[in-house]
Design a protein around this ligand. Sequence first.
Ligand code: NAD
Length: 483
Amino acid sequence: MTPDKYIKNYINGALIPSDSGEYLENINPALGTVYSYLPDSGPADINIAVEAAERAFLIWSKMGIDKRFRILSRIADIIEQNSDAFAQAETIDTGKPISMAKTVDIPRSHQNIRFFATSILHHSSETHNVENEAINYTLRQPLGVVGCIAPWNLPLDLFTWKIAPALATGNCVIAKPSELSPMTAYLLSKACIEAGLPEGVLNIIHGTGSSAGKAIVAHPKITALSFTGSIKSGKEIAQLAAPTLKKLSLELGGKNPNIIFADCDFDQMMIQTLRSSYSNNGQLCLSGSRIFIERPIYDKFKDELIKRTQFLKIGDPFAPITDLGALISKAHMEKVLSYIALAEMEGGRILCGGEPIKMKGELEGGYFMRPAIVEGLKHDSRTNQEEIFGPLVTITPFDTEEEVLFYANSTEHGLSASIWTKDISKANRIANQIEAGMIWINAWNLQDRRTPYGGLKSSGIGRGGGVEALRFFTEAKNICVKY
Ligand code: NAD
């Protein structure tokens, strides 16, 4: 399973260039240099893929679930057998530490496929009895050709998180990875060919959001779209999809509060808070980027977080000791750095970090920065309201539950939250009032594929995960039988 210099689209079972023959540059962010090229696809490529998917749907949707399960399981096995190649490709594309690609991104990807492949073997639909008169039974049928569009921060993990339930339930898929991280999706195409996935069932099209992405969203024959990305793109997509009345699942950005009470298990909280602040360089929708600390432990927490942040190893993503690799792109690093300047303008104090790092040797052109902590900002400052998606957290003291709830709920986001306290009543009281779709008590990012996954407010529409995903990718058809 080798990456190629020229990535190809996977359409109708074959690896082919885009219709235009044009390519985009794929940059290794740790080096700041072009290392491969991806097809710059557009509406013509999407049209060919949709035609192939429509033909394939007639076979795939009628194939028995045992056969679908076996083919999908084979794809998962091939990814697992080639974990090293997939992890290397993920690290080169994104600049994330190889340790993370090996222990998080790639295992989660084959586990996603296996999870949904097996789930169809156990899925059942409902019946409703009309007493002494009739019985209703509800069929759950695949939608047809569906679209899946994924971001760059967990490329193969989030790609498979969407594609797997869509395929498992009998749909055919037109999928697009981010133009910033296309390589593992390309390797997935090769895995699908090796596994014997029938042609046209999954079509992977590369290119930008403004060309290939929009063509997926606007296509009248694509009946549903599962999208993960920014709130800005989500809003554009909702508008563009409206005339075709597509079913939409939008998993969007977060600005998640981390609420720390003085009675928490301090050591556990510190370990997890460091993770929630800087895992994947803070480029996670679930990052705990606003940290609220009860005043009696504010100074202790601040000193400890600074100490641990300064101890993090930043550098070569392939070095085993690296904690933080490169950010995804030059433009993104400049965006994150612009928030450091903004935080200062808004009256914040930069307690550590916030500067770009010029590495030595071949990493000289890479996009590295020191992780930053900012204090002294108002809850409604732009730095505290807008998703930055980088290694930058704000810390703010609070005195009462009412006050911290007000701060926590003050943004347009509602993705996730963490609460740290040994008082379980208090934890549940707060969890009940936080406007977020996913809440952890004394934990962060502890995931279970069976639970509903998604956000409130501007953080999204709909839920992924377990039964929710199977429901999203199927249409309920009720049949009423009178007797
Ligand atoms: P993005 O919105 O720029 O792009 C995401 C994907 O959508 C890419 O494949 C892109 O090419 C495509 N795209 C962009 N505009 C489009 C359009 N108008 N029509 C169709 N496709 C379009 O996001 P990103 O920068 O790649 O990812 C970071 C964002 O994703 C952050 O906001 C982050 O919070 C969010 N995210 C959310 C979750 C979640 O589960 N809620 C998970 C990961 C990332």
